[in-house]
Design a protein around this ligand. Structure first.
Ligand code: ADP
Ligand code: ADP
Length: 227
């Protein structure tokens, strides 16, 4: 049974229809990318999973259970975490304080401390800058921090909105290395939005191309790369 099934969802903002029957299935520990230009409906698709918007038709299922239209906190409690576009880190707080915010809703202090240590092993650049104000980090480091903070909630499914935006290709590869490390280590499942597929095809298992609220094409990344 797939971890996530987005099944024929339609989403409207007022009288503008942003998604028209979008279906995406993500298996446990899979890395799936949604590629599409600005305005295609990528953020709306992630919001429909995380509970930020409610589809007026279709269903979202997590592990077979319909979660369509549930409140964001309830969906987060099921192990879904969103890294929004633009990172949304707290620039005047330190790197460590930003990480603490990720763990703040959890009750087990020991688990949070252990996860923090494990994450910092994976992210030496953040480990070296724990007491820097997050606003002084480079764009790539801020993206790493946003991902790390989201992972501190211990999600099974991580939704990442345009992690490559504004970053140099080399940094993009580093961000994906981190995401794939998390998948390897924790079995994390990833659904990632991107505008362009150039580098992403090297990192994803499957790709869906979204345009004007409709999936135009889907396939295994390696087939799309070769074709
Ligand atoms: P993408 O993430 O691919 O850039 P979005 O999901 O953000 O696309 O947006 C899809 C369409 O829905 C766009 O035309 C956008 O302007 C519109 N849209 C997104 N959010 C809202 C909103 N809160 N209210 C009205 N229209 C919106
Ligand atoms: P993205 O490329 O991720 O969709 P946008 O710049 O389209 O980013 O949207 C940024 C924010 O503005 C989002 O919260 C989105 O919901 C909202 N938004 C986008 N388009 C509109 C719109 N036409 N009317 C109102 N809000 C919008």
């Amino acid at each position: 049974k797939p971890l996530l099934e987005i099944d024929q969802i339609h989403v409207r903002y007022g009288d503008m229809t942003a998604l028209r029957g979008v279906s995406i299935t993500v298996a446990e520990s899979e890395v799936v990318c949604v590629i599409g230009p600005n305005g295609a409906g990528k953020s709306t698709t992630l919001a429909a999973v995380a509970g930020g918007v409610k589809p007026f038709r279709g269903e979202v299922r997590l592990n077979g259970t319909a979660i369509t239209g549930r409140a964001p906190e309830r969906i987060a409690a099921l192990g879904v975490s969103l890294v929004p576009e633009g990172r949304h880190i707290f620039g005047s707080l330190t790197v460590d304080e930003n990480l603490a915010i990720g763990g703040y809703m959890r009750n087990d202090k020991a688990g949070v401390a252990a996860d923090r240590a494990r994450l910092l092993d994976l992210l030496p650049r953040l480990a070296e800058r724990l007491h820097y104000p997050a606003g002084r980090l480079s764009g790539g480091e801020q993206q790493m921090l946003a991902i790390a903070r989201a992972v501190m909630t211990r999600p099974r499914l991580l939704l990442v909105d345009e992690p490559s935006l504004g970053l140099a290709p080399k940094i993009v590869d580093q961000i994906y290395e981190i995401l794939l490390d998390l998948r390897r280590r924790d079995g994390l499942t990833l659904l990632i939005n991107e505008q362009s597929s150039n580098r992403i095809l090297n990192h994803a298992d499957r790709i869906h191309v979204l345009r004007a609220g409709v999936i135009q094409l889907e396939g295994r990344a390696e087939d799309l790369r070769d074709g």
